[in-house]
Design a protein around this ligand. Structure first.
Ligand code: SF4
Length: 162
């Protein structure tokens, strides 16, 4: 009975991973960007670049999202909101930092109203550099994240020769 339950749980987890890697739901938050990176994210979602071909869907609520896409440095005003959005996402959750400002503060480094960059507030899984990064770079970052989410194949143990 226990074995059956364990197999059932494993099957459910596999289905969840399959669904997550084939159709990740994304929420986008601008924590202080100049909007340059945000425009490139929108461009990546248009039919010209077609980020949706990977099953990626932009959603309005963090409660339904697997991935948080962040742009900009973190301002004093946005810090608590960024934390609250991250906490509202269900586990497992992943973060992609888009643009130099999200990665290091960029041109806003040292400004009086900036508390830091994204990974000083929440953990980041993938970084996409650029000011702003082109849509192709954003797509590359998302694809790298999907690669990380896929379970690695079981290692092949070779029999000793002879
Ligand atoms: S990385 Fe460049 S485009 Fe993106 S928010 Fe910073 S200044 Fe703007």
């Amino acid at each position: 009975m226990q074995r059956l339950e364990r197999n059932w749980n494993t099957a459910i987890e596999r289905i969840k991973t399959w669904a997550r890697t084939n159709s990740p739901w994304v929420v986008h938050f601008n924590s202080g960007s100049c909007n340059g990176c945000d425009i490139e994210i929108l461009a990546a979602l248009t039919p010209r670049y077609d980020l949706e071909r990977f099953g990626v869907e932009l959603h309005g609520s963090p409660r339904h999202a697997d991935v948080l896409i962040c742009t900009g440095p973190v301002t004093r005003q946005a810090r608590d909101r960024l934390l609250r959005i991250y906490e509202q996402m269900p586990e497992p959750k992943f973060v992609v930092a888009i643009g130099s400002c999200a990665i290091s503060g960029g041109v806003f480094q040292g400004c009086y109203n900036i508390v830091g960059h994204i990974d000083e507030v929440i953990p980041v899984d993938v970084y996409v550099p650029g000011c702003p990064p082109r849509p192709e770079a954003i797509i590359d970052g998302v694809v790298k994240l999907l690669g990380k989410l896929r379970p690695s194949p079981k290692p092949v143990i070779e029999e000793p020769a002879g």
